[in-house]
Design a protein around this ligand. Structure first.
Ligand code: GLU
Ligand code: ZN
Length: 492
């Protein structure tokens, strides 16, 4: 039997890191088992729907290089793959259940249902939910209500006795008493719109989905879905609910922890291969130790058995680390083209680039590649090349264990060593040795000498290696900035 899995997001928000993890697990499982990966857009909630979310879904998957075998745009044998284009199908199947007595029309007004809810809440009745008021209407009663122009909803008959069980590949058997399942839930609304449950089950069946891999948040819907499969007389697909994605504090990952929208990660300058690699490790591992995986490797080695049961932690620091590794592994040409938009956005260079700017960007790449965690780091790291905004706060020049007076002296003497050393063509090591010697002479740590020099040249405490920085602005400009730094330090 061919594996057929789907990613079935609702376009009601930006693609979340947890959603993308679901997409990747489905995609890699399909690829590694020679099956099909299907994309289905579950846009039945028209109030929360937005075009922007749908575009974000497509562009995120495209950016990650996750191609779907069937779905919107590419089509397939079981389309359409957008639920809002399938409303007549859901209606037909819901009516079929009514005809078979497994579902029924309900004419209750929202007012009646609201009064019922209040009454149940006040009397603290053990029974909560719909009271099956319309479960046994006669044809005459129905005709009368229809004549009044009331448009009914369709409710599924949920058995009041017994239990419903489904098997989950990771979690084992999950059983729920039928009386704990929402009594006779609506499956088709009065405007003909299906509820999520109905559309989801019908589509998974009609699209021949073999495995349902989705977030654990959906486990509570499982028993109801199984009841629907039974009502239709359809085979239940295999379930594999994925471990929750948590923040480091053990709470469900949310905006409180940091960005959760993939689009934000992309904007900050994470590489798609870093996101793919790290996100796939959130709740999955091959052997507990291998950390680096290319997309192609995951397409081969991803196995359901290796998905973890326990909640998985999304560690932003670890993702940064992966991203840094991937940035360093990327070619200089690729990094040059990736950092260019950030430099343009900051107003450092033109769009399109001039020939000189393009040459400068190429020169920037090797040193920044070593220091960036995310591509947008290029802006603070290289600002000193494009803008000269000296640090006026003297204390910033003071290295650890030094003081203002020694800092001024370190900068005066250090600048002389540095400039003459460079003019005489001394090696960087030689110059560094002389600067270290100066530190001992002044009885301060080496940072006490390097810090004022660095701050004077790069207008910042975070920047590129000293000699790379000098190289990028030129010796003359370096000299000017060193003198100015001294002036700032010596001013009262
Ligand atoms: N549309 C649901 C969601 O947004 C799909 C749940 C499922 O995969 O069954 O997550
Ligand atoms: Zn009713």
């Amino acid at each position: 039997m061919e594996v057929r899995v789907r990613y079935a997001p609702s376009p009601t928000g930006l693609q979340h890191i947890g959603g993308i993890r679901t997409a990747l697990f489905n995609y890699f499982f399909a690829r590694s088992s020679g099956g099909k990966f299907i994309l289905r857009v579950e846009d039945t909630d028209r109030e929360r729907y937005s075009d922007e979310s749908l575009e974000d879904l497509y562009s995120t998957l495209e950016w990650l290089g996750v191609k779907w075998d069937e779905g919107p745009v590419v089509g397939g044998d079981y389309g359409p793959y957008i639920q809002s284009e399938r409303f007549d199908i859901y209606k037909k199947y819901a009516e079929q259940l009514v005809a078979e007595g497994k579902a029924y029309y309900c004419y209750c007004s929202p007012e009646r249902l609201e009064a019922l809810r209040k009454e149940q809440a006040e009397s603290k009745s053990e029974y909560q939910g719909y009271d099956r008021h319309c479960a046994n209407l006669t044809a005459e009663e129905r005709a009368e209500l229809e004549a009044q122009g009331i448009r009914p909803v369709i409710r599924l008959r949920v058995p009041t006795e017994g239990k419903t069980t489904f098997h989950d590949i990771l979690m084992g058997d999950i059983t729920r008493r039928n009386r704990d399942i929402s009594p006779d839930p609506i499956i088709l609304k009065s405007d003909g719109f299906p509820t999520y449950h109905l559309a989801n089950v019908i589509d998974d069946h009609l699209m021949h989905i073999t495995h349902i891999m989705r977030a654990q948040e959906w486990i509570p819907s499982g028993p109801l879905h199984v009841l629907l499969y039974h009502a239709f007389g359809w085979e239940v697909p295999q379930y594999c609910h994925l471990p929750m994605v948590m923040g480091k504090d053990g709470q469900k990952l949310s905006k409180r922890h940091g960005s959760t929208a993939v689009r934000d990660f992309r904007a900050k300058g994470y590489l798609p291969e870093a996101i793919i690699n790290y996100v796939t490790l959130v709740g999955w591992s091959l052997d507990g130790s291998t950390e680096f995986f290319t997309k192609e490797e995951l397409e081969r080695c991803f196995k359901l058995e290796n998905i973890h049961k326990s909640p998985a932690v999304f560690d932003y620091k670890k993702l940064d680390w992966f991203n840094g590794q991937y940035i360093r592994a990327a070619s200089d040409e690729r990094i040059a083209s990736l950092i260019t938009p950030y430099l343009q956005e900051a107003g450092f260079i033109h769009d399109p680039l001039t020939a000189e700017e393009s040459a400068l960007v190429s020169r920037i790449v090797p040193p920044v590649k070593e220091r960036m965690k995310v591509l947008s780091d290029v802006v603070p790291l290289t600002a000193f090349i494009f803008r000269d905004e000296p640090v006026m706060d003297k204390t910033v020049y003071v290295g650890k264990g030094s003081d203002l007076e020694k800092t001024a002296e370190a900068l005066r003497k250090g600048s002389a060593i540095l400039l003459s050393g460079l003019r005489d063509g001394k090696s960087h090591e030689e110059i560094e040795t002389e600067l270290s010697a100066l530190a001992s002479e002044l009885s301060i740590k080496v940072a006490g000498v390097f810090q004022p020099i660095r701050v004077a040249i790069t207008n910042s405490t975070v920047s590129l290696p000293l000699f790379d920085s000098i190289d990028l602005i030129g010796l003359e400009e370096t000299e000017r900035r060193l003198h100015r730094g001294l002036t700032i330090l010596e001013e009262n």
